[in-house]
Design a protein around this ligand. Structure first.
Ligand code: NAD
Ligand code: MG
Length: 413
């Protein structure tokens, strides 16, 4: 190797950021690590974290050789430890109790927050409090903690990048002044009249309503355009996902009611839009491949390779746009209502939805029961002003208990 080549390699290594991938064995984890494969000079995969998939985690450790790895399931973690020793891999298996400290330490620069559901709240917030660069896929953490999350970002100086394809599209369609003030931007001052949040409508856009109660998990999980984990796939079929994204957008872009609108765009080519007061509409388009928004956030100020196929204009269906029908998508309506009722309501909505989706996946309730359970629990909520994460966790716990009670009673009306 020449001196120049040695110097270049040393320089590359010195600028590579240390990345933690939370939810490493999931769908977003796959896409993130695929972007890492295409850009090995930009990131050292330093920490991989997931729930219980030992086989997949072992394969990732063999490939990426992270310094640290953790599984939240203790039995799985101990199996992984044995397998790593058998493979003579020098990778430290961290107990779950040490994960938050690692995320807050100088050993991590950037964090892909891609654990599914409320299980992602603590780790995402730990990265926020430590002022890290955060790639936010785990929308549920923002839905659960809203203002507390955004205040913590502001206080710690953390850098927040939206990974969710719609929020990433909105971010890309904004001026740097808005991008740099994410969480507390002034849309009106920047000439934005409206954020148009697009959604495909999922697999049941044209299905007759009277057939909804017989929808099974196998059918509901098959999204027409995107390949995703089971929970978000069901959320997409009910459009609760768009509801959670509505709340996510409210916090990321500091919108009021008139500045945020959901539009159904079944082809999933336009990933969302920003409308300006002069009549211009700016959008981001591309294939339905999460590596595109992930590469955008991981590249930072620079465009990098994502591995996604080039967009084919000549094999693309016509674009159509439809207003959402709340009889078809009651979960979307419930989420928008909760957004304006307050933090106690969005935290409860998220918790009840998680419980109901799990029960549907286990075939304990019908597809149409998901919205009924959410509606029933939210209807009985009493308003509370939320001022701490501990209080949120208590609200989350109570909402889950109420949902479980309804499901066990079997009498959802
Ligand atoms: P997934 O089910 O495919 O993967 C979830 C990951 O979280 C897995 O690695 C799992 O092991 C891990 N996990 C679950 N519980 C955990 C715990 N207690 N501790 C540690 N790890 C845990 O889910 P996904 O589709 O990759 O979605 C992840 C997040 O990204 C969700 O919040 C989802 O809403 C969001 N998101 C996903 C997509 C997508 O295309 N998949 C798009 C936008 C946003
Ligand atoms: Mg999305």
């Amino acid at each position: 190797m020449t001196n120049n080549a040695t110097n270049n390699n040393a320089l590359k290594q010195s600028v590579a950021k240390n990345l933690a991938v939370l939810g490493a064995t999931g769908s977003i984890g796959d896409s993130t690590l695929s972007v890492c494969r295409h850009n090995p000079e930009l990131y050292n995969v330093q920490f991989l974290y997931a729930a219980s998939n030992v086989e997949k985690m072992l394969a990732l450790c063999i490939e990426f050789k992270p310094a640290y790895v953790a599984l939240s399931n203790p039995q799985a973690a101990s199996q992984l430890k044995t397998s790593l020793q058998e493979n003579k891999l020098n990778c430290q298996v961290l107990p779950e109790s040490e994960v938050l400290a690692l995320l807050g330490s100088a050993e991590i620069d950037s964090v892909m927050a891609a654990i599914v559901g409320s299980a992602g709240l603590k780790t995402t917030l730990a990265a926020v409090h430590a002022g890290k660069e955060i790639f936010l896929a785990n929308k549920e953490s923002l839905v659960m903690s809203g203002a507390l999350f955004i205040d913590a970002v502001k206080k710690s100086g953390a850098t927040l990048w939206p990974v969710d394809s719609e929020h990433n599209a909105i971010f890309q369609s904004m001026s740097p002044s808005l991008q740099n003030t994410i969480g507390h931007c002034d849309l009106a001052d920047a000439g934005v009249s409206k954020i148009l949040l697009t959604g495909s409508g999922g697999p049941f856009l044209t299905k007759p309503l009277h057939e909804f109660s017989s929808i099974t998990p196998d059918v509901a999980i098959k999204h027409p355009n995107w390949s995703m984990g089971p929970k978000i796939s069901i959320d997409s079929a009910t459009m609760m996902n768009k509801g959670l994204e509505y709340i996510e957008a409210r916090w990321l872009f500091n919108t009021n009611k008139d500045q945020l609108q959901v539009i159904i765009h079944p082809q999933s080519v336009i990933h969302s839009m920003v409308q300006y007061q002069d009549g211009s509409v700016i959008s981001q388009m591309g294939n339905a491949d999460m590596r595109i928004p992930i590469a955008h956030v991981m590249g930072g100020k620079k465009r990098i390779k994502s591995g996604a196929a080039e967009f084919d204009f000549f094999n693309t269906a016509n674009f159509t746009f439809v207003e959402p029908d709340y009889d078809r998508y009651p979960c979307l309506k419930l989420a928008i209502q909760a957004c304006y009722e307050g933090q106690h309501a969005t935290t409860s909505l998220n918790a009840v939805n998680e419980v109901a989706v799990q029960a549907f996946l286990e075939r304990r309730i019908k597809f149409t029961d998901i919205s009924r359970i959410v509606d029933s629990v939210l209807n009985k909520l009493e308003h509370q002003k939320v001022s701490s994460i501990e209080q949120l966790l208590e609200i989350d716990k109570q909402a889950r208990a109420d949902a479980i009670k309804l499901i066990n009673r079997g009498g959802i009306c």
